[in-house]
Design a binder for this molecule. Sequence first.
Ligand code: SAM
Length: 226
Amino acid sequence: MGAMNLTSYSLKQHAGKRQKMIEEHVIDRGIKDMRVIEVMRRLPRHLFVKDSLGHKAYGDHPLPIGEGQTISQPYIVAAMSEALQLQGEERVLEIGTGSGYQTAVLAELAAQVFTIERVKSLSQHAKVLLDGLGYTNINFKIFDGTYGWRDRGPYDCLVVTAAAPHVPRVLVEQVKDGGRIVAPVGGAENQELVVLTRHGSQVRQRRLSLCNFVPLIGKYGWPEEE
Ligand code: SAM
């Protein structure tokens, strides 16, 4: 599992807002996994956005991170992480590194995280930040994540942090039998967060909540705009 390398200054900054975020947007909205709650209570989310947005980092909303992309709303990060039911020994594939915030949460909850981002500058920024925070269990790749990362699989769990009309079959194939996938699925404007559980060639699907994600762009997602 990861190791947060934080000064007492970065922990004290926005500590009150972080506590309020946990109580109002995580626990009061039904998140029960104490490992998820404790990681998000400690992790300084303001480090994952621009300094000028640090005071908004604990609000109940996504925030821009540049390149037209966003850091996901705290509740959504908590709900996705809880749905994976991580115990600490898993290998997790994440599609869409973004700011690296969800990546850090996963790195605290699982053994190894493999994270793919299509936007080079976002991946590089997240890597510098997460390396600086002391994480040694995160593997970064800059590529179209709709292909997955087959040569490092299979994975116990997979999380997709951008939305597509359906979860690409090629990703389902990279999850172990019994493994879980959490992904936003639907149209360009609104989607549902779904949890898929693989049972051999069969996939069981459960709906978690409505959501609104940026598009998953790539070979098995939405086409790139000209
Ligand atoms: N969980 C992230 C966080 O906390 O910052 C949020 C990520 S943001 C909502 C979705 C990310 O998916 C964006 O950074 C976007 O560039 C990336 N993305 C979209 N399509 C992708 C693809 N085919 N492969 C990899 N990353 C992709």
